[in-house]
Design a protein around this ligand. Structure first.
Ligand SMILES: Cc1cc2nc3c(=O)[nH]c(=O)nc-3n(C[C@H](O)[C@H](O)[C@H](O)COP(=O)(O)O)c2cc1C
Length: 327
């Protein structure tokens, strides 16, 4: 039974309360926004909670004592970046009072203009849905406008310490489901395809990434990817074929197209993808969606389903995936 002494006190001891709150296991996020000058601001926060799917809402609590408090309460957008297990240093930087926290991380503006960390486990780009005063904090409710996620292990936090979490999506899960893992790899407006040996073009496949940077492709040879810049893009089954497909988007670490590609791999300009030589309707359809979405760098995640599938997340909505006749 919990220690009831503290609960019977008329005034709650804030230190004991903080310790009690700290027994709730959380992940760690960096919440970001821009101040009135457009300067990125951010802080570590574990008060993140998912709130609603329809409309898509989440919340975070920002202390009034934080120096970025004004920036968060004045801005009409913010982003929540959930950290992966390799980002304890990022958490420490954003929990500090350093004036240049963004020096050590890369960030992008994706949809609302709030800075999204290039490297994270998952990010949510939000417009402010509501703000509430709550004691020494403000509750910020965000409406998710776009989000992205990657299959790395989360960073955990409990009792004031970082904790490692057994990844609920371990590598073995994919193998045990016999899924084929394909990669959409782009370099200077060209997309990497692999010859299927029968006159067709498919995506390069690989068992798994090593430390997120070396991709050992199934046909032999390795490609260097930008670390932590790999995002889940599509999960689908191909009719009359056993294994499902799991497709990631990734970027090459080196600028330009490498001259020495593993045998069977070739870059095609995104406007010259040989769709008619792509053997399955599902892959063709996915490539067309990718080429369309990359124009605005706003990507959905496609999940196959019996009623035609869903593209989740763009503009915070789950759109039914309407296939036009040419796809
Ligand atoms: C794991 C962790 C979680 C935190 N969660 C929150 C939080 O949810 N809300 C908050 O206001 N501060 C939180 N903090 C504290 C802030 O990150 C810290 O006060 C930071 O210095 C604020 O930055 P700023 O003053 O530059 O705005 C957390 C710190 C850590 C290490």
């Amino acid at each position: 039974m919990a220690d009831t002494a503290a609960m019977m006190e008329t005034s709650i001891d804030p230190i004991a309360l903080r310790r009690a709150f700290g027994t709730f296991v959380t992940g760690v996020t960096v919440i970001t926004t821009v101040d009135e000058d457009g300067t990125p601001r951010g802080m570590t926060a574990n008060s993140f909670t998912s709130v609603s799917l329809n409309p898509p809402l989440l919340l975070v609590c920002v202390a009034k004592s934080a120096s970025s408090y004004q920036a968060f309460t004045n801005s009409d957008c913010f982003a929540v970046n959930i950290l992966h297990e390799g980002q304890v240093d990022v958490s420490a930087t954003f929990a500090s009072k350093s004036p240049d926290k963004f020096q050590s991380v890369n960030h992008d503006r994706i949809h609302t203009g709030a800075p999204v960390l290039t490297d994270s486990l998952t990010w949510f780009d939000c417009s402010v849905f509501n703000r509430m005063d709550a004691g020494d904090h403000a509750i910020l409710i965000g409406e998710v406008r776009a989000f992205g996620t990657s299959p790395t292990a989360p960073l955990g936090f409990c009792r004031g310490r970082y904790a490692s979490v057994k990844d609920p999506l371990p590598a073995g899960w994919i193998a045990s489901h016999g899924m084929i893992i394909g990669y959409l790899i782009e370099a200077t407006d060209h997309l990497l395809l692999r010859s299927d040996g029968k006159g067709g073009w498919v995506l390069p496949t690989a068992k798994r990434r090593k430390a997120d940077s070396q991709l050992v492709v199934d046909e032999g040879g390795a490609l260097r990817l930008l670390p932590d810049n790999t995002f889940l893009y599509s999960v689908f089954d191909v009719a009359d074929s056993d294994p499902g497909y799991l497709i990631y988007r990734a970027r090459l670490a080196d600028e330009g197209m490498p001259a020495d590609l593993p045998a069977g791999l070739k870059f095609f300009h995104v406007d010259e993808i040989p769709y008619e030589q792509v053997p399955t309707h599902e892959l063709r359809s996915m490539l067309r969606r990718y080429v369309r979405e990359r124009r605005e760098m706003r990507f959905g995640i496609y999940m196959d389903s019996d009623d035609g599938g869903r593209v989740a997340m763009i503009d915070g909505e789950a759109h039914a995936w309407m296939q036009s006749s040419h796809e």
